[in-house]
Design a protein around this ligand. Structure first.
Ligand code: HEM
Length: 200
């Protein structure tokens, strides 16, 4: 199942959020491309969400295991046809997040906060950063046929940059949460030293 993306000559799997790197620069031109294309994508938002998730689970079945609900869904055709994604609302929540991201492109500090909190919640979901890059790739593949002739290498580059930006901040949030949970465990174990010789 391929996706003929990348006027940039980049293979889809090269969206990589696993390295500790600086945030990519979201230029005014990127922002304009994202906002323009979003107007079209928005009309098919539910469809994009379903296609994106089914593609994600097809290309990366290991992600399916993280979502308890879908762990036992072996037949992706059934998943595609089923109401599970819709009923669960996750599809909707992820697409609403993308919508909020687009709305905050002119206030990057607010976008940063949103993505940081999302990364923290993903630590609690047990969803590690090594998987985040796949979502942007599958989103790009899902919107390409919807944008038709409006799809250009510039639009692709703009969305790739946005996903890279968001997933890097998510990764920071994930790591902050991981660190704070680890510190809490250390503090708790210092406060409750093992009692020796108290057994009755
Ligand atoms: C760009 C990458 C991603 C974005 C933008 C994203 C976004 C979201 C959003 C908006 C939610 C709703 C809950 C919340 O706001 O905290 C959510 C929930 C969740 N995500 Fe992600 N996600 C991403 C990647 C992933 C990946 C790769 C996995 C799995 C490997 C994953 C696993 C989960 C799980 C398990 C939940 C909770 C589901 C539930 O409520 O039952 N996410 N995600």
């Amino acid at each position: 199942m391929g996706c003929a993306i990348s006027g940039l000559g980049l293979a889809p799997k090269q969206i990589d959020a696993t390295e500790e790197e600086a945030l990519p620069h979201l230029s005014d031109h990127h922002i304009e491309q994202i906002k323009d294309s979003w107007k079209v994508i928005q009309e098919d938002i539910a469809k994009v969400g379903i296609i994106m998730f089914v593609r994600l689970f097809e290309t990366h079945p290991e992600c399916k295991d993280v979502f308890f609900l879908f762990r036992d869904v072996e037949d992706l055709e059934r998943l595609r046809a089923s109401k599970e994604l819709r009923a669960h609302g996750l599809n909707f929540r992820v697409m609403s997040f993308i919508e909020k991201t687009v709305a905050r492109l002119d206030q990057l500090d607010r976008l940063d906060q949103l993505a940081l909190e999302l990364g923290k919640s993903h630590y609690r979901y047990n969803a590690p950063p090594k998987y985040y890059g796949y979502v942007g790739t599958e989103f790009i593949c899902a919107v390409q046929p919807i944008l038709k002739e409006k799809w250009t290498s510039e639009v692709e580059e703009a969305w790739q940059t946005l996903f890279l930006y968001v997933t890097r901040i998510m990764k920071r949030g994930y790591q902050e949460e991981e660190k704070s949970k680890r510190n809490n465990v250390v503090i708790a174990s210092k406060e409750r030293p093992e009692k020796k010789g108290t057994a009755i």
